[in-house]
Ligand binder design. Structure first.
Ligand SMILES: Cc1cc2nc3c(=O)[nH]c(=O)nc-3n(C[C@H](O)[C@H](O)[C@H](O)COP(=O)(O)OP(=O)(O)OC[C@H]3O[C@@H](n4cnc5c(N)ncnc54)[C@H](O)[C@@H]3O)c2cc1C
Length: 383
């Protein structure tokens, strides 16, 4: 596989073309999982893009991974079904031991194992992550996990999950970001043996769940990195996630712009194409400009991440700009399709729902503004 972005785009685009809009529409209507699509991506090696070549992967960077995700969304698909493997990979690569990498990476690269889930969010603490209550207690050569998570995605379509849990009570740490640790949970062993999974029906066709941990035992060797440092480790993964989601929003944005531009050229009302009216042109042009600008920040965030440089500000800003731009493109697209925008067969309403999610997850717009205000501009901390 060539490392040139255009080559990657062309190859992913060709694969995606085998899964036309009817495929994604059917999966959405049935609230199913795009098994065949994810299988094809895995077989072609795209789901192993970030795994180093020595472990059987392609050894590509986040920039290339983001191109893969962008192309999936731009083709009319939804990377949400499989993007977890991309951002979870960084956590294992950067902080996992050699033994953990040897154990998991070759099998993930071969498509025998899926690392699609990350369990962070909890029902009672929400975005205030350092207050999480799920705890992992070390007992001999095991950790025993108790607690609850919510909105944990792709658990039913993954073999492994990265889990964030408290290993030292909040009251006993000097810094609230300390005392949390990350673990690899083998879902195949865990489900039914201390882990209960309850699906959450939701607005998007996104497989996401409540998780209940009741004395789940996992081997102590499944701890990633040093105990108590998990929050720091997971921030890397979250930055990767934000840059990838930004790329997905860019893909969505281009999809909406292409779709609405084509429609506005051909739909005739009052004896002329609706796209001849500036009231129709301007919101589309505005969304296009914003997508192009957001795209630059997305590539900057990826570049910094791949160079191992701090990228929190850029990853957050890229996600903010791209999610906002794709949402504006979605609004223009549905608006200028008139009634047809609401018909499932046009795919606009489906993509509209899908891109709306990114105003809230994986981090809400307000929390990004708060991050930039405090960490970039140095304004007083508000919480
Ligand atoms: C479909 C879906 C899939 C998801 N998948 C995963 C997953 O796989 N793993 C995982 O760990 N999590 C997952 N999440 C959770 C997601 O990351 C959270 O929903 C998101 O971070 C927001 O947290 P919350 O829902 O607890 O909202 P809250 O923290 O309860 O916030 C609610 C609202 O209040 C606002 N708000 C809160 N505090 C402030 C403040 N101080 N100032 C201004 N505004 C504020 C927020 O902006 C937000 O809009 C998923 C969520 C969804 C909907």
């Amino acid at each position: 596989m060539s490392e040139s972005h255009q080559d990657i785009r062309d190859a992913v685009r060709a694969l995606c073309a085998e899964f036309p809009p009817e495929y994604h529409r059917k999966v959405d209507a049935e609230r199913g999982y795009p098994d065949a699509f994810v299988e094809a991506l895995t077989k072609a090696g795209w789901m192993a893009a970030l795994i180093p070549e020595e472990y059987g992967g392609s050894g590509l960077g986040l920039t290339e991974a983001s191109v893969i995700m962008e192309e999936i969304n731009r083709s009319g698909g939804n990377s949400g079904a499989c993007h977890g493997q991309m951002y979870n990979m960084g956590t294992l690569l950067r902080h996992g031991s050699d033994a953990q990498k040897q154990k998991y990476l070759p099998r993930i690269a071969a498509g025998e194992l899926r690392l699609q889930s990350m369990g962070v969010t909890e029902p009672t603490t929400g975005t205030d992550t350092t207050k999480i209550k799920t705890k992992a207690e070390k007992r001999g050569d095991k950790y025993v996990i108790n607690g609850q998570k919510v909105w944990i995605s792709r658990v039913q379509h993954s073999d492994l999950m990265i889990l964030l849990a408290r290993t030292t009570p909040l009251a006993d740490v000097t810094k609230k970001s300390r005392g949390m640790s990350i673990f690899i949970v083998d879902l195949r062993d865990a489900i039914g043996n201390g882990l209960e999974v309850k699906p959450i029906p939701n607005m998007v066709n996104h497989e996401t769940n409540e998780l209940f941990f009741d004395n789940l035992e996992i081997p102590a060797e499944n701890l990633i990195g040093e105990e108590g440092m998990g929050f720091k480790y997971i921030l890397d993964g979250l930055n990767a996630e934000r840059a990838l989601i930004a790329a997905e929003c860019i893909g969505d944005g281009y999809w909406f712009i292409e779709k609405v531009t084509e429609y506005a050229k051909t739909r005739e009302v009052f004896g002329r194409p609706i796209g001849q009216n500036q009231g129709v042109q301007f919101p589309i042009a505005e969304a296009h400009i914003e997508i192009e600008a957001a795209n630059l920040m997305r590539f900057e965030a990826c570049r910094l991440f791949d160079a191992g440089e701090p990228c929190g500000a850029q990853a957050n800003m890229a996600k903010y700009l791209a999610a906002k731009a794709s949402w504006e493109a979605a609004n223009a697209c549905i608006q200028f399709h008139g009634g047809f925008g609401f018909a499932a067969e046009y795919d606009v309403e489906r993509k509209f729902r899908e891109t709306r999610l990114y105003q809230v997850a994986p981090i809400s717009t307000n929390l990004i503004l708060s991050y930039v205000a405090e960490h970039v501009l140095g304004l007083p901390r508000s919480f």
